[in-house]
Design a protein. Structure first.
Length: 168
């Protein structure tokens, strides 16, 4: 059986251990959307993939689609992103909101742009990042992105309520 290799840019959001030496990764890709992919033997000290698949790493990733899941065949770091709660929390929210594999290049581009253009002194970064994610997922209007902080937070809360992600 022949497999085709998919090469894409991806942002590693999170991972969980699988078996003794493997991991399952949540990766936001430009071409495939949010996917779950397995890396075999990545927890071994000798793994070549290990450093390229750390959370909050933008990597060039090669994937093969198996019968039931994606498998990572190679990865190369494009850029490491400083792990900060203001970056990580919106990405975890994104991981919860996006279900199923479907290409969303606009979401990938917006997330990448937000993260790479982040300025440490930007106190509104996390709020604007969440608002941008919700806008691209259809839970906010474009006009909402220009609201002052209190009104933007209210719009975000309304968007999250509409997503049915929050519970009462």
């Amino acid at each position: 059986m022949s497999y085709s290799i998919h090469n894409t840019e991806g942002l590693i959001i999170s991972f969980r251990p699988l078996r003794e030496a493997d991991r399952v990764y949540s990766i936001l890709t430009r071409d495939l959307g949010l996917i779950r992919a397995t890396a075999i033997g990545v927890r071994k000290d000798a793994s070549k993939l290990r450093g390229s698949l750390e959370p909050l790493t933008l990597s060039a990733i090669s994937l093969v689609r198996g019968k039931e899941y994606w498998r990572i065949t190679s990865a190369e770091v494009i850029q490491e992103i400083k792990s900060e709660p203001a970056v990580l929390r919106p990405l975890i929210l994104l991981e919860k909101l996006v279900q199923g594999e479907s290409a969303h290049p606009e979401i990938f581009d917006a997330v990448k742009e937000m993260i790479l253009s982040r300025k440490p002194e930007d106190e509104m970064f996390e709020v604007r990042f969440v608002a941008t994610i919700l806008f691209h997922l259809g839970y906010l209007n474009r006009e909402d992105l220009t609201l002052p902080k209190p009104e933007l937070i209210k719009a975000i809360n309304n968007g999250l309520d509409a997503s049915h992600l929050t519970t009462s």
